[in-house]
Design a protein around this ligand. Structure first.
Ligand code: RAM
Length: 883
């Protein structure tokens, strides 16, 4: 058996509306034999599904490449569907036969194809309080059956399209949040089935969204503009071949919608009675606005991903009626209600109850997170908001009659970017499994079009540092390549002329003059996202094109640092967040004890090393040499400044030792001393961490890498404050911003910054997957073309098992300690890849693989690693080791 499956174009199955000139094709191979590699492949692209008129035939190409193969020789044009198929052969000359036919469809590739005009509600249309959402509509009739129809649409603000009363597509919060000053995504919809011959009615409701709404915590709004507008273009091909274009222009009409107010932070107010009001449509305004910034949708749409039922309806000591969703979630509550016209109901959303069990909103700060609904009366009516989302577990219900209060009338609707789930992790300890669950929900709550720090309070911003800390973990949970591709383009477009990278992307904290932070708005470990994120996406998905695209931005960041201060090899000037929220900070400070210039210089070295590797990958050998020299000089300067001649790191904190070890800034005696110091510091705190945002992601890695795996397990299993499991003991269902968001006595950390859904500390996930399961790769062979599987069992766990869907297929890794002391390790490696499996604690033991003594197995090569553990080199297949 040798099959081809999961054929993809630009990571997607049959994408429509993409504007990539040379799309890349990837596929997976499947075989029941071990050690299977692809020896050749063939791709055909055709105009039709019958593959008679070929646009391109690669012929049989001798290559083991099966991901990101560029379609080079097809000159793509707009609004066209291209069919393609692939077949592959393995080293035994077995062929897969042709894959199922797949396609991609282009969007509007040239800006001048936008004949539509920007339209807005006219200035004489009365919108209540100036906050009411407008509806723009166009009625038209078609006099023949429809053969195909596509809509290309976007908005200044958010839009929600309906065709003949039905929502178009399943995406929410369109057009998504980009740096609207330079980039605005449009979406493509196949509406063939929704249109009818006869009369049709298109309606677009507009909301403030990220464009005009309130963002950041100072009450500031209209960051990109204050006039909502729509750009819309519909192409209909009738059965007789005629093409009709309906686009936004002065023929459209506007009227006020039932949405009286809608804001991301504050919620939505909807008066359902207005649905029945007689409408007086007014002609829209055509407004001047550029179309030069339009780009096709790049990341995954935000969709409704799942729905959860509330677990309880409680009355608090204060008498509040509160719904408990059982899970801190992001999205909204959909509810059904039957009552009199004019009845007002209200849902307020919070993350936690206070220690007395009362509803608690203080940590949400000025965000109101409140949806108001005014009933139209009569039959059962169902409501869910349009242009807002809430981060919550508890919902206070106000204005409902006792008969209306039934659990089954309320549903939690979870929305986030619709990325493909790729990983799983399970082990013998239920608290660690809960931690893993919380990490996943941190991602769900904060990967809503942009990677945000938190999803609930008046913030919800794309903090670069948080993204950098969590990106590798996120790759173990979902396919985040399209998500980060889009965000990195925003990062690049928001990058200052001098190469500085803003604290948040998209940058709404202002490029200058922001009252909250002193300029220049670039902080070590935050701005380094410019280098760490593209490099990570390259490693995990083999996406060299993204590296090429981001290369200038990566260089600009490193050169920015180089220009700071007087010594080009140290970064010892400017504002930095430091080891944010570390526990060794001074009273009343959020900045940990590790010197900021120490952190800044360490990250400078790290980013420069990644830039040097990037230059190598891209074949830019002169750059590689230059950055390798720069790196050597930074490390030298770092040692002179921060390491004593006898090898002691002058900054005596956990985070300082971690950075030096993780970024390989010390070696020999100094390295040994750093490990000793780290262990001493841990012993002093009775094996508890003191690290903040910067140090925490590396803590367990460094321990496991430096012969202290048991210490890493000890930290993982701590249940008292501060530890990962402390929050689990407090009932957390997501990861907290503060180690003591809820204190031992049930009181809270101060309300000004206390998010209960903040993924940064969830970066421990990277250690769970990469070290406990041991799923890692050889960097020379990115995308897990060659994986390194090195599970590290430890005290407290009997088994761990998990999987990761890679570009080549599924990697599985599990280990079990049997009661007789035997260890079982099972590994699956996808076809067309190889692996190095390092069997933990195997030194000197008799090992069986699938019941045969390992030496007799001809599917693998046995060598030993530096610890004398047995290392086996394998091809694809499933392997079961026992010893
Ligand atoms: C707060 C949040 C965020 C962090 C910044 C520096 O706004 O904790 O996660 O990155 O500070």
């Amino acid at each position: 058996m040798f099959n081809i499956k999961d054929v993809r174009c630009e990571y997607k199955k049959d994408p429509i509306g993409i504007d990539v000139e040379k799309p890349r094709i990837s596929w997976k191979l499947e075989s029941d034999q071990r050690g299977v590699v692809q020896s050749s492949y063939q791709i055909q692209v055709a105009e039709n599904q019958d593959f008679v008129n070929l646009l391109w035939d690669s012929g049989e190409v001798k290559s083991d490449k099966s991901i990101h193969i560029e379609i080079e020789d097809v000159q793509v044009t707009s609004r066209r569907r291209y069919y393609y198929r692939v077949q592959a052969w393995n080293q035994h000359s077995e062929g897969t036969g042709w894959s199922d036919t797949s396609f991609w469809e282009t969007g509007l590739l040239n800006k001048d194809e936008w004949s539509a005009e920007w339209i807005s509600s006219p200035s004489d249309l009365e919108l209540m309080d100036g906050t009411q959402s407008p509806i723009l509509r166009r009625c038209f009739s078609l006099n023949a059956a429809i053969s195909s129809a596509r809509i290309y649409a976007t908005a200044l603000g958010m839009y929600n399209l309906q065709l003949n009363g039905q929502k178009i597509g399943d995406a929410y919060f369109t057009p998504g949040w980009t740096n609207y000053n330079e980039r605005l995504q449009y979406q493509t919809y196949d509406v063939t089935a929704l249109l009818r011959s006869g009369n049709n009615d298109i309606e677009a409701m507009l909301g403030n969204g990220w464009y005009k709404g309130e963002l950041a915590w100072s009450g500031a709004h209209s960051h990109y503009g204050n006039r909502l507008a729509l750009l819309f273009q519909l192409y209909v091909v009738l059965n007789d071949g005629t093409e009709i274009i309906i686009h936004s222009d002065e023929q459209w009409e506007a009227e006020a919608s039932p949405i009286l107010m809608s804001e991301l932070y504050h919620g939505e107010t909807y008066d359902a009675r207005l649905e029945q009001k007689e409408k007086t449509w007014k002609q829209v305004d055509v407004i001047p606005y550029t179309k030069d910034i339009l780009v096709a949708q790049e990341n995954d749409h935000v969709r409704i991903i799942e729905e959860i039922n509330p677990v309880a309806l409680v009355t608090t000591p204060k008498g509040e009626i509160v719904l408990d969703m059982g899970q801190n979630m992001v999205g909204w509550v959909r509810f059904s209600v039957k009552g009199e016209a004019g009845q007002k109901v209200k849902l307020i959303h919070a993350e936690v109850l206070d220690k007395d069990g009362n509803f608690y909103m203080d940590n949400i700060r000025t965000a109101k997170q409140t949806n108001h609904y005014i009933l139209k009366g009569g039959e059962i009516e169902t409501f869910e908001p349009h242009f807002t989302f809430q981060g919550f577990r508890y919902v206070q219900l106000i204005g409902f009659t006792p008969e209306q209060l039934h659990l089954e009338h309320f549903t939690g609707v979870v929305l986030h970017s619709d990325m493909e789930p790729t990983g799983s992790f399970e082990c013998s300890d239920s608290m660690i499994n809960q931690l893993q669950h919380n990490i996943l929900w941190g991602l769900k709550g904060n990967f809503l079009d942009v990677p945000t720090d938190c999803p609930q309070r008046d913030e919800r911003l794309g903090w670069t540092g948080d993204a950098q800390m969590f990106i590798r973990t996120s790759t173990y949970l979902m396919n985040v390549a399209p998500f980060f591709t889009k965000w990195l383009r925003d990062l690049e477009s928001d990058q200052a002329d001098d190469g500085g990278v803003p604290f948040v992307v998209p940058n709404v904290l202002g490029k200058e003059g922001n009252q909250h932070f002193p300029p220049p708005f670039s902080s070590a470990a935050w701005g380094d996202a410019a280098v760490i994120c593209p490099w990570t996406i390259y490693l995990v998905y083999g996406d060299k094109r993204l590296l090429e695209e981001q290369y200038d931005s990566m260089i600009a960041w490193v050169e920015y640092i180089r220009r700071q201060g007087e010594n080009e090899f140290l970064w010892n000037t400017g504002f930095h967040f430091g080891d944010w929220l570390a526990l060794d900070s001074k009273p009343d400070s959020y900045v940990g004890a590790t010197d900021r210039d120490y952190i800044a210089t360490a990250f400078y070295a790290y980013s420069t090393s990644l830039l040097q590797k990037t230059a190598m990958v891209l074949g830019k050998s002169q750059d590689a040499e230059q950055y390798s020299k720069l790196h050597t000089n930074i490390v030298k300067a770092f040692k002179e400044e921060f390491v004593t001649p006898a090898g002691r790191i002058s900054v005596p904190t956990q985070t300082a030792q971690l950075l030096a070890l993780m970024f390989e800034l010390v070696e020999g005696k100094a390295k040994e001393r750093a490990v000793e110091k780290l262990m001493d510091l841990l012993k002093e705190s009775n094996f508890h961490l003191t690290t903040g945002f910067v140090g925490t992601p590396y803590l367990n890695h460094v321990l496991s890498e430096n012969g202290q795996n048991e210490a890493a397990y000890k930290l993982l299993f701590q249940k008292d404050y501060p530890s990962w499991l402390y929050q689990v003991t407090k009932g957390a269902t997501t990861i907290w911003e503060h180690w003591d968001g809820i204190k031992e006595d049930g009181s809270f950390w101060s309300a000004d910054m206390n998010s209960f859904n903040h993924y940064a500390y969830g970066a421990i996930g990277d250690w769970l997957y990469r070290k406990v399961l041991g799923i890692d790769m050889d960097e020379q062979y990115p995308a897990y073309k060659k994986s390194i599987i090195k599970p590290l069992p430890g005290e407290g766990l009997f088994f761990a098992k998990g999987r990761l869907e890679t570009m080549y297929g599924t990697i599985e890794s599990s280990w079990t300690k049997l009661s007789d002391g035997t260890l079982e390790v099972e590994v699956t490696i996808p076809s067309n890849t190889t692996a190095e499996i390092i069997l933990p604690n195997s030194s000197g033991r008799k090992i069986f693989e699938s019941e045969l003594p390992i030496e007799q197995s001809n599917a693998l090569t046995v060598v030993t690693d530096s610890n004398n553990d047995v290392k086996v080199l394998v091809g694809s297949g499933n392997y079961l080791f026992k010893y």
